[in-house]
Design a protein around this ligand. Structure first.
Ligand code: SF4
Length: 115
């Protein structure tokens, strides 16, 4: 199976072609090794950093932006968002504060200060 991908690791955006055969991935079009690694990951076990918002309980109409500290399996993205929709935090919150310890294998950290 052949897949056409655009490398998202750097702004150059190389057009990659990945060929998957017997669980092995061959990559062309990459200008560096990072692109090959990206294509292999994307074909065999794609992951994503999830960004979303969490309610701030003690501030009216206030949300804090958060993200997964490490990428999670692509198929877990909806599960992460659903879990965080049920959470709320109390201000103050600082960038980097851990909002949740383990959601689909990643800590959730704040990406905005709420004073
Ligand atoms: S293959 Fe390398 S140079 Fe090309 S977009 Fe990816 S990281 Fe950048």
């Amino acid at each position: 199976m052949k897949r056409q991908l655009t490398c998202i690791i750097c702004p150059r955006g190389c057009a990659l072609e990945a060929t998957v055969q017997d669980g092995q991935v061959t990559v062309t079009g990459n200008a560096c090794q990072r692109g090959a690694e990206y294509a292999v990951s994307e074909c065999l076990h794609p992951v994503r950093t999830v960004t979303t918002i969490v309610k701030v309980a003690n501030r009216e109409n206030t949300m804090v932006s958060v993200k997964t500290e490490t990428p999670v399996p692509k198929e877990s993205m909806a599960e992460v968002v659903a879990a965080l929709r049920k959470l709320s935090v109390a201000a103050p919150v600082a960038v980097g504060d851990v909002i949740a310890e383990n959601v689909c294998g990643s800590r959730i950290v704040a990406t905005k200060d709420i004073t």
